[in-house]
Design a protein around this ligand. Structure first.
Ligand code: NAD
Length: 487
């Protein structure tokens, strides 16, 4: 796939129109492989937020959108899914240029994204109220599920389209309208998606996108009293701030935050499969996934054999241009993140962890001027070290030994996070026990990183609240109304 030549100018999408920021200002977005500016994006502020919220509010309260039947909303969502499938190549390569994700992975991911729109399109007309057998003979009661209202979706830089889809498909199926703020580092694919929203025929104002920084546009959203719900994916610090600010009008919240997920390899595991799963669990997307299996817990009896095989496989990872189908590890998405990961590597060295691989920027001709860091492995890590407790969000693995199952579960759960865990075992009783004892929103057994529109995704503890995907997700965008009638 080819990169866009020159500098591309993007505009925001508000009330069905392509507009610049009221300030007239823009900011630049870099291609992480070339480290050069490739696009300019409007630098919105609170005035643009007001404009987008007003459009979303009007579209929610009156006009075409609230008059549509749920089946008609489903029809629009299905159409959008079809258009995404048609333009998957373009959407995928836009995200590769803006974010540095691998084209090989993005093509598969964008090809799968329509399934969320089809799934929630099918659910739009299957949201049914209840008729409780009320304990009062002179009364009839029923419940209605109604859209929560104007939803703000705030998304991070690591998977802009997929994480937006997880919010957009159920929110629109429920009948909400939306104000979307992508990350300041990766606005492009979200804006490209709006071309398809327009083509699908969504009424004006139903979906709006404003671009800008967390500290101004983000804060103007979280404090806005005409927004009813925030669906957020991002870091723990931003999540905490949003939760505090959202209390102004008690906004509903879905928070998908960080992780420090453990991969547990038991002595009865198929070692070769586990090695492959753990390598991809940490180094896929250059470790920049909330579900990165960044703590490897290995039973002491297989620790050395496992680590040798792991290092041998990880050493074969091909780094380079993310547009190339053969590349396996791409650049870090942003320069600040590149610096942050390197400083966390230094921190781990100072804490006494033993470096077994990488630990520095990649100095390979195929990496050009990009923000590349060598896949990095620390052994002899103690779970209380900061490298085992803080989310790195980069290609850095911490390896920890365990003596028995109880110790493995204790170490795995001894973290502020609770997003995911991986279990590698051939003993099914152990697999079920692990699924019960591990405190995380997703448990993968003999696999890692699988996701589906049918399976709920979300965290416990500091990894957040609420669930995306699966049947429950639509109820995150609905309120239940109780109706009483006396005879
Ligand atoms: P971030 O929190 O810095 O930014 C996320 C979004 O929030 C951006 O759009 C940003 O502009 C906005 N933002 C920042 N401060 C804000 C504020 N005060 N008010 C409102 N909005 C604000 O996160 P990031 O660096 O873009 O993404 C990485 C983080 O996202 C990691 O911690 C990762 O674990 C997490 N993540 C979680 C999931 C999940 O599903 N649990 C998925 C992907 C990423």
């Amino acid at each position: 796939m080819a990169r866009t030549e020159g500098i591309k100018d993007f505009r925001c999408y508000i009330n069905g129109e392509w507009v610049g920021a009221q300030s007239g200002e823009t900011f630049e977005s870099h291609d992480p492989f070339t480290a050069k500016v490739w696009s300019r994006v409007p630098k919105c502020d609170a005035r643009d937020v007001d404009r987008a919220v007003e459009a979303a509010r009007n579209a929610f309260d009156k006009g075409e959108w609230p008059a549509l039947t749920p089946s008609q909303r489903g029809h629009l969502l299905r159409k959008l899914g079809d258009l995404i499938a048609r333009d998957a190549d373009h959407l995928a390569s836009t995200e590769v240029q803006d974010n540095g994700k691998l084209y090989a992975e993005m093509r598969g991911q964008v090809g799968y994204i329509p399934q969320w729109f089809y799934y929630f399109a099918g659910m739009a007309d299957k949201v049914e109220g209840a008729v409780p057998p009320i304990d009062k003979p002179d009364m009839f009661t029923y419940t209605r599920h109604e859209p929560v209202g104007v939803v703000a979706a705030i998304t991070p830089w690591n998977s802009p389209l997929l994480l937006l889809t997880w919010k957009m498909a159920p929110a629109l199926a429920a009948g909400c309208t939306m104000v979307i703020k992508p990350s300041e580092f990766t606005s492009a694919s979200t804006l490209e998606l709006m071309r398809l929203v327009e083509e699908a025929g969504f009424p004006k104002g139903v979906v709006n996108v404003i671009t800008g920084f967390g500290q101004d546009v983000g804060e103007a959203i979280s404090t806005h009293d005409k927004i009813d719900k925030i669906a957020f994916t991002g870091g723990e610090v931003s999540g905490r701030r949003i939760m505090q600010q959202a209390s102004v009008n008690f906004k509903r919240l879905t928070l998908e935050l960080g992780g420090k997920s453990a991969q547990l390899v038991f002595p009865d595991a198929n070692i070769d499969n586990a090695v492959k799963g753990v390598v991809s669990g940490i180094f896929a997307a250059t470790g920049q996934t909330c579900i990165a299996g960044s703590r490897l817990l290995v039973h002491e009896s297989i620790h050395d054999e496992f680590l040798e095989k792991f290092l041998a496989l990880a050493a074969t990872a091909r780094m380079g241009d993310p547009m190339e189908m053969t590349t396996q590890v791409g650049p870090v998405t942003t320069q600040p993140q590149f610096n942050r990961v390197l400083s966390m590597i230094d921190m781990a060295k100072n804490e006494g962890a033993t470096i077994r691989m990488g630990g520095k920027p990649a100095d390979r001709p195929e990496c050009g001027d990009g923000w590349f860091i060598e896949p990095t492995v620390f052994a002899d890590v103690k779970n209380e070290m900061q490298i085992a407790q803080q989310e790195v969000f980069g290609p850095v693995l911490s390896v920890i030994r365990f003596k028995d199952d109880d110790e493995a579960y204790h170490i795995a759960n001894d973290t502020a996070y609770g997003l995911a865990a991986g279990v590698w075992t051939s003993d099914m009783a152990r697999a079920f026990t692990a699924a019960k004892r591990l405190r995380a929103g997703t448990i993968w057994t003999n696999t890692y990183r699988a996701v589906s529109y049918m399976m709920p995704f979300g965290g416990i503890k500091n990894s957040g609240m609420g669930r995306e995907s699966g049947q429950d997700a639509i109820y995150e965008f609905l309120e239940t109304k109780a109706v009483w009638l006396a005879f």
